[in-house]
Design a protein around this ligand. Structure first.
Ligand code: PGA
Length: 251
């Protein structure tokens, strides 16, 4: 009943010309995949070019971050209205933002509430570090991050939320989690938090993605799990592999 969701996080990669090339080659294969919500998230500088190429297709566009203030003296930041000019989606609270740019549960929450206010669908990232994983703190950390990010989200907006569970130790390392391990976190930690916050029915409508070294080769292992509704893909979204991942989500 939940439509599978596959998003490509391009991170800090691709000039405008390279972004155009990538979307042109990958777009053909992506468009052919039906029954899956497909989204690409290029850097801000390529949003306009990619938006022009994707116009009239069923491939959505997302930004990789967004500030919560409406406008003003925030050098280097992008406001919700600016994101909304091009994007239906925005990735929020990615672990690289938390790790390198000082984002916290509190500032992620401000961004989520700004997305809600402006009707932008947030792809909210949570996930434990290697140290936390090894200390057996996964459930505690993911629960805290999920509750923190979603504080104040209204029940009416909640069904459009997308949550991405991305264990930090699996991101860009080639060491993906196992389907079983990810299913445990999705089904035993995140979904129950969503039930607590929004009730059974709404929680059942929210997509929970897995992210961290997803490839065309391992995607099916994740998508076959009950509570894994898609993937947030980094490295493999810069290649044709992304089409294979979307195909696996459709299967
Ligand atoms: P990866 O990145 O697929 O390269 O591991 C995932 C992410 O950071 O969203």
């Amino acid at each position: 009943m939940r439509t599978p969701f596959v998003a490509g996080n391009w991170k800090m990669n691709k000039t405008v010309a390279e972004a155009r090339d990538l979307v042109s080659t990958m777009g053909v294969g992506l468009k052919a995949v039906k029954g899956v919500e497909k989204v690409v998230c290029p850097p801000f500088t390529s949003l306009l070019a990619v938006a022009n190429l994707l116009g009239g297709t069923d491939i959505g566009l997302g930004a990789q971050n967004m500030h919560w203030e409406e406008k003003g003296a925030f050098t280097g930041e992008i406001a919700p209205e600016m994101v909304k000019e091009f994007c239906k989606y925005v990735i929020l609270g990615h672990s690289e933002r938390r790790q390198y740019f000082g984002e916290t549960d509190e500032t992620v929450n401000k961004r989520v509430l700004a997305a809600q206010k402006h009707g932008i669908i947030p792809i909210v990232c949570v996930g434990e570090t290697l140290q936390e994983y090894e200390a057996g703190k996964t459930a505690e950390v993911v629960r805290r991050q999920t509750l923190g990010a979603l504080a104040g989200v209204e029940a009416g907006f909640a069904p459009s939320l997308v949550i991405a569970y991305e264990p930090v130790w699996a991101i860009g390392t080639g060491k993906a989690s196992s389907g079983e391990n990810a299913q445990h976190v999705h089904g035993q930690v995140i979904r129950p938090v969503l039930v607590e916050l929004f009730g059974q029915e709404t929680a059942g409508a929210i997509r929970i993605l897995y992210g961290g070294s997803v490839t065309g080769a391992n995607a099916a292992e994740f998508f076959s799990q009950t509570d894994i509704d898609g993937a947030l893909v980094g490295g493999a979204s810069l290649k044709d592999d992304f089409v294979l991942i979307a195909q696996a989500a459709a299967a």
